[in-house]
Design a protein around this ligand. Structure first.
Ligand SMILES: C[S@@+](CC[C@H](N)C(=O)[O-])C[C@H]1O[C@@H](n2cnc3c(N)ncnc32)[C@H](O)[C@@H]1O
Length: 271
């Protein structure tokens, strides 16, 4: 089953809305917002520069950049999905932000905006694309000489749950990964990919998203994507229902556990 993020425009409108809502709500969640803002601080965003977000989805990260105190630059977001770009435009039009624009493009290669950006960010995208090497090449192409490239994503091979049902806790995350993560090991492979592109990593930052007792992100991940795996015949719907009930039960007893590592790399394009 291919990663759903590779064909958002082909899924039905209910699933498109679910994906858009999840992207928007994840951007607001305290743990995710803190990780994002911390890596922005550590790498230092160019306050007056031009920034490109490759694979911007609904534009949540673009708006978070534009809303940073003192930011007076421009942000351009591009995404494979025309429907997510439409949503990004709609949401942004309701704000006062006038320094963001969006366009549709495949982040694995285009001939637009060559060497135009001070910073190119890919925030939770490279794990979903068909070719991480081509995607990294595009990020490097978009950056100015001396510009920077930031790749942030889940080290999804570390995704883990405990609901007190060990067999299901091993089986179901595997199905989530099959439905929504094409490249679960890519954050471990990136040092090699950067090296093959002759680009030196300047920052490598590790974070863990952890929910214990209760949860929001991990239960939502399970509830949104396990039924898609079941629709595709990868698992019995009753087993999915069992696991989702186990998640609710663990949360009601305040003993739920969900965790995943996230990694951010920053690299400089030679000047
Ligand atoms: C998990 S979402 C992240 C969206 C956004 N960066 C955020 O953090 O809210 C992954 C995004 O990657 C996009 N995507 C997948 N393959 C792509 C490609 N080849 N080029 C550009 N975007 C792609 C999807 O359409 C989706 O918007």
């Amino acid at each position: 089953m291919p990663d759903i993020f590779q064909f958002i425009d082909d899924i039905n409108s209910d699933k498109q809305s679910m994906v858009a809502e999840r992207l928007e709500s994840r951007a607001q969640m305290a743990q995710f917002a803190a990780i994002r803002e911390r890596y922005f601080d550590k790498i230092g965003l160019p306050a007056k520069g031009s920034i490109h977000e490759l694979g911007c989805g609904t534009g949540a990260v673009c708006r978070a950049i534009a809303l940073r105190p003192g930011f007076a630059g421009t942000v351009v977001g591009s995404d494979l999905s025309a429907s997510l770009i439409e949503t990004a435009n709609e949401i942004t039009a309701k704000t006062d932000l006038r320094n963001i624009r969006f366009y549709q493009a495949d982040g694995q290669g285009s001939d637009l905006h060559d060497a135009q950006y001070d910073l190119v960010i890919a925030h939770t995208v490279i794990s979903h694309v068909a070719s991480p090497a081509a995607f990294l090449g595009e990020a490097i192409r978009l950056a100015k000489p001396g510009g920077r490239i930031v790749i942030h994503d889940g080290d999804y091979a570390s995704l883990t749950f405990d609901t007190g049902r060990p067999e299901l806790d091993r089986k179901m995350p595997e199905l989530i990964l099959q439905a929504v993560v094409a490249n679960r090991f890519v954050m471990r492979e990136l040092p090699r990919l950067f090296q093959q592109s002759d680009i030196s990593i300047t920052h490598a930052i590790g974070d863990v998203v952890l929910e214990t007792g209760n949860g929001e992100y991990f239960p939502g991940l399970a509830k949104s994507y396990c039924p898609i795996a079941a629709d595709n015949g990868f698992v019995e719907a009753t087993e999915v229902e069992d696991w989702l009930n186990a998640i609710d039960h663990a949360m009601s007893e305040n003993v739920f556990f969900g965790a995943c590592n996230f990694v951010t790399y920053c690299a400089s394009k030679p000047g």
